[in-house]
Design a protein around this ligand. Structure first.
Ligand code: PMP
Length: 389
C-alpha cells in the first residue's frame, strides 16, 4: 500500500528523537496507589489534585443519576441533551466562581477552541503566552485571527504589543501553567488589558479547586468581571469529574450558545457526570481540609526537595516539575522511577519547548509525606545514575 503521508517515516523520526508516546493501561481507580499494566505503582502523574475522582460521594451521586437519567445524554445541549442536572450545575458553577452565568462544554479542549474561535474573526488579534496550553493555541488557529505569542509572563512586552495594535484584541493565558506550575501575573495583565481596551481570557484548568479556597484564581486575586471578562475552567482535574465550563456575562454566554461550534455540534456530557461535579462542589465546601492538605504537601515537597538540593522551580502549585532538558534522559529517568514502583511522566516537545523536557510531578491531597520522601530519595539516586552514564 502506498504511504502518501509518510506515516512510517514520521513515526520512525519520532522514535529516533525520543519523542514517541506510549500509553499505559490502568487497572484500578485513580488514586495515589494504582495498578498499571498489572503492577502496583505510587502515582505522581494525575491531575486529581484533591483525590476526589474515586470519592464515595461522587460515585454514589453518579450512580443515583444513572438510575434516573440513564447513561448517555442522547443529543447536544441545543437539541434535547440539556438535562436539569446540567442546568443546575451551570448555575452552581457561576455562583461558585462569582460570575453571572456559566456554560458547560464537553471538555476543556473544546471550551478553549469554541470560545476563541467564536469570539475572534479574521482581522482581530489574539495574544497568547508562549507556553499556553495547546487547546488555546489551536483555538487561535481556528479563529483565523492574527496570533501573537509573547514571552512567558512578560506583561511589559505584552503592553508594548497591545499599544501597537488597533484591532479588537483578546489576551489569553493559563492561570497556573500546566507544565511549569507557576501562576500568570493576572493582576498586572488585567490592568494592562483594561488600559489597552483588550479582553482577558483566563484558563483556570489547574487553579479551580486549588486556589482561592477552591473557588479558583478569580477568588485568589479578587479579579472582577471587568478584569477577566472570559473565565474558563475544567472539571476533570481537581474536581475529580469531567468536562469544562466558561463563565462570564449574560451576553458572553448567550453569544457562545449561538456561535460556539464546539458547544453547538457535540453531545452533552452524561447527566451522571454533571451530578458528580455537583457533588464535588459540595465536597469543596464540606471537606475543606483537602485543600489545606494539598497546600501543606506542596510546602513539604518544596522543602524536602530543596533539602536534597534538587532543582525545584518557582511553582507554588500542585504541579512541581524538574527540568531535565534532554528528552532521552527524561524518558530514562521516568523509566527508572517506574522500575522502582513510582510513576512520574516525562514531558517532552512539542508539549514543552525544545530542550526543556521535564519530569512533571503532581501532588494530591491523599499523598503522604513519607511517599514524597520515597519519591525524592529515589529521584536523587536515579539522577545520580543517569548523570554518570
Ligand atoms: N487547559 C489546560 C491548561 C489544560 O491543562 C488542559 C488539560 N490538560 C485543558 C485545557 C484541556 O482540558 P480537558 O482535559 O478537559 O480537555
Amino acid at each position: 500500500m502506498s504511504d502518501p503521508f509518510q506515516l512510517g517515516d514520521r513515526l520512525r523520526q519520532r522514535r529516533e528523537q525520543h519523542l514517541y508516546r506510549r500509553r499505559r493501561a490502568l487497572h484500578s481507580a485513580q488514586g495515589t496507589h494504582i495498578q498499571c499494566d498489572g503492577k502496583p505503582l505510587l502515582n505522581f502523574c494525575s491531575n486529581d489534585y484533591l483525590s476526589l475522582a474515586n470519592h464515595p460521594r461522587l460515585i454514589s451521586a453518579a450512580k443515583k443519576a444513572v438510575n434516573t437519567f440513564g447513561v448517555g445524554s442522547g443529543a447536544s445541549h441545543l437539541v434535547i441533551g440539556h438535562s436539569c442536572l446540567h442546568q443546575q450545575l451551570e448555575e452552581r458553577l457561576a455562583d461558585w466562581v462569582g460570575r453571572p452565568r456559566a456554560l458547560l462544554f464537553s471538555t476543556g479542549y473544546m471550551a478553549n477552541m469554541g470560545v476563541i474561535s467564536a469570539l475572534l474573526k479574521r482581522g482581530d488579534t489574539v495574544f497568547q503566552d508562549k507556553v499556553n496550553h495547546a487547546s488555546l493555541l489551536d483555538g487561535a488557529q481556528l479563529s483565523r485571527a492574527r496570533l501573537v505569542r509573547y514571552p512567558h509572563c512578560d506583561t511589559e512586552h505584552l503592553q508594548r504589543l497591545l499599544s501597537a495594535t488597533d484591532t479588537p484584541s483578546l489576551v489569553v493565558t493559563d492561570s497556573i501553567f500546566s507544565m511549569d506550575g507557576d501562576v500568570a501575573p493576572l493582576m498586572d495583565m488585567a490592568r494592562t488589558c483594561q488600559n489597552e481596551n483588550a479582553w482577558l481570557m483566563v484558563d483556570d484548568a489547574h487553579g479551580l479547586g486549588v486556589l482561592g479556597r477552591g473557588k479558583g484564581v478569580l477568588a485568589e486575586y479578587n479579579l472582577s468581571q471587568s478584569d477577566v471578562p472570559v473565565y474558563m475552567a475544567t472539571l476533570g482535574k481537581a474536581l475529580g469529574s469531567y468536562g469544562a465550563f466558561v463563565a462570564g456575562s449574560d451576553d458572553l454566554i448567550e453569544f457562545l450558545i449561538q456561535f460556539s461550534r464546539s458547544y453547538i455540534y457535540t453531545t452533552a456530557i452524561p447527566p451522571a457526570i454533571a451530578a458528580a461535579s455537583l457533588e464535588s462542589l459540595s465536597l469543596l465546601e464540606t471537606e475543606t481540609w483537602r485543600i489545606d492538605r494539598l497546600h501543606s504537601l506542596i510546602d513539604y515537597f518544596r522543602r524536602a526537595a530543596a533539602a536534597r538540593q534538587l532543582p525545584i522551580l518557582s511553582s507554588q502549585s500542585a504541579i512541581q516539575p524538574f527540568k531535565i532538558g534532554d528528552s532521552e534522559r527524561a524518558v530514562q529517568i521516568s523509566e527508572k522511577l517506574q522500575a522502582c514502583g513510582i510513576l512520574v511522566g516525562a514531558i517532552r516537545p512539542p508539549t514543552v519547548p525544545v530542550n526543556t523536557a521535564r519530569l512533571r510531578i503532581t501532588l494530591q491531597a491523599d499523598h503522604q509525606e513519607i511517599e514524597i520522601d520515597q519519591l525524592l530519595d529515589t529521584l536523587v539516586s536515579v539522577f545520580h545514575q543517569t548523570d554518570q552514564q
